[in-house]
Design a protein around this ligand. Structure first.
Ligand SMILES: Cc1cc2nc3c(=O)[nH]c(=O)nc-3n(C[C@H](O)[C@H](O)[C@H](O)COP(=O)(O)OP(=O)(O)OC[C@H]3O[C@@H](n4cnc5c(N)ncnc54)[C@H](O)[C@@H]3O)c2cc1C
Length: 437
């Protein structure tokens, strides 16, 4: 019997496993996929010089969970650089997106009763244009339905971001988030953690101080027993109906406050595409008279339906463009073929950059995407709090009888849910809970 069994080898699970094993506990992890990392998923392809991130890409601000490791292991970081351009009224122009959007976002307050972002917008002064951009921001950055997301949670998130320089963004050059994943894999090995890949948890039968986990690996049943179990399943998996691929059944069932917490949170959807071109043709687009040109294009924001947001890897000059389909578009793209998704991305890009479809297709060297919504072991991109859901993350993360523990980005209570550092913070929190239990 192992001391702690961990379900899921994403960043929350890996961080917790390392802490627990370094504390002398016998730790066994099981992971449904044939790779650890979860929603951190970096590809390296010879077609692109830069890392291709299919999941998380940016380090948002300077969270200590990530920066301590970067410093300690001398992993280099680059700050995101360059200009933001907007496509408005049929024209491309340099714009100060955040100044306009902040006009609206700065009005958000948690002084009154909680309400949805849409309800807040309807009661707020401001131009329709600024409101439109603010709504896009919530649908894109938070992957959220603006008619559902809690205003209080947005205010909380903004305050938490301010504490970590959250308006700045960084990347790990050449390796991307893979650098941290590799570090964790090394530390897991050194600490003696037993990691079972391609092993899908099915049923957790438990009583105080004893857990029996029934899983399946390559069609074969697997039985593991432990004194405690740490569940790091993504919110989307916890929300899925029993019997759907990936879901885990608990016997006895999870208590009503846990089930209620799961209902008060939502899993946001996004689809990102990474398009690798033969040359960075957007750097030499004929710019409007009087403007400096698109040489330093970093972000490109539009009101287009399918992929309204684009970015380049600057300061890395690789000919790579990333398109981001937010809440609404992501649902329409999810479940469609890769060729359909890439076609929609190229269509959007061609119309913004005034380039023919034929030309843009001939410039494309490789394309990459991953459908997180249809992925049975993610079932969405990242979580957000619904109106009235204050306290739900804490309830979701609360241990049961000193035996079942819960981590993962959706259990973060520090305002950093939906991020890599939020997931890691939850891993550190639960490791401490288990050690102290
Ligand atoms: C497209 C996209 C872009 C993002 N961009 C950013 C970004 O730029 N910056 C940022 O900070 N964050 C970003 N995020 C969010 C970030 O990736 C997540 O918050 C974080 O990685 C979640 O880690 P986790 O350990 O909580 O969950 P996960 O990484 O999902 O780990 C859970 C693990 O459980 C496994 N699992 C599921 N079901 C089972 C089962 N039945 N049995 C066994 N194992 C199972 C899964 O395979 C997975 O490995 C992004 C996410 C996505 C999808």
């Amino acid at each position: 019997m192992t001391d702690v069994l961990i379900i899921g080898a994403g960043f929350a699970g890996m961080v917790a496993a390392i802490q627990l094993a370094q504390h002398g506990m016998k730790v066994t992890m099981l992971e449904a996929k044939d790779r650890a990392g979860g929603r951190v998923f970096t590809l390296h392809d010879t077609a692109a010089n830069a890392p291709i991130e299919l999941g998380a890409e940016f380090i948002h601000g300077r969270p200590h969970e990530i920066w301590d490791l970067l410093r300690q292991h001398k992993i280099p970081v680059h700050e995101v650089e360059g200009d933001t351009w907007c496509f408005q009224d049929g024209k491309l122009k340099k714009c100060d997106f955040f100044t306009e959007t902040n006009e609206i976002l700065d009005e958000m307050s948690d002084g009154g009763p909680d309400q949805s972002f849409d309800d807040f917008l309807s009661q707020t002064q401001g131009s329709d244009k600024a409101k439109g951009w603010a709504r896009n921001y919530v649908m894109g950055f938070h992957a959220a339905d603006p008619s559902l997301i809690s205003l209080h949670s947005l205010v909380r998130g903004t305050k938490s971001d301010e504490e970590i320089d959250g308006e700045r963004a960084f990347r790990i050059p050449s390796q991307g988030y893979e650098a941290l994943r590799q570090l964790f894999l090394k530390q897991l090995g050194e600490a003696g953690v037993e990691l079972h890949l391609a092993t899908v948890a099915k049923t957790v039968i438990w009583r105080k101080g004893y857990v029996e986990l029934h899983a399946q690996s390559l069609g074969q049943p697997v039985l593991l027993t432990a004194k405690r179990c740490l569940v790091t399943l993504p919110l989307g998996v916890l929300q899925a109906r029993v019997g759907e691929p990936g879901t885990v059944q608990f016997e006895p069932e999870l208590p009503p406050d846990k089930v209620r917490a799961i209902d008060l949170l939502a899993m946001g959807g996004v689809i990102r595409v990474d398009l690798c071109f033969r040359e960075a043709f957007w750097r030499s687009i004929k710019a409007p008279r009087g403007s400096e040109g698109t040489k330093n294009l970093s972000f490109l924001l539009t009101q287009h339906d399918w992929f309204p947001t684009w970015w380049t890897p600057l300061p890395d000059k690789s000919p790579l463009l990333t398109g981001w389909a937010p809440f609404g578009s992501a649902e329409k793209l999810s479940g469609r073929s890769k060729s359909f998704v890439i076609e929609k991305a190229l269509e959007t890009l061609a119309s913004i950059l005034s380039i023919s479809s034929h030309e843009i297709e001939s410039l494309l060297a490789a394309s990459y995407t991953h459908d997180w919504q249809s992925d049975p072991y993610a079932r969405g991109a990242y979580s957000y709090v619904k109106v009235g859901g204050e306290g739900a993350q804490r309830a979701l993360g609360a241990p049961i009888n000193g035996t079942l523990f819960f981590a993962g980005e959706a259990t973060d209570v520090t305002g950093h849910h939906g991020t890599v550092h939020g997931a890691m913070a939850s891993g550190y929190r639960t490791a401490a809970e288990i050690i102290n239990s």
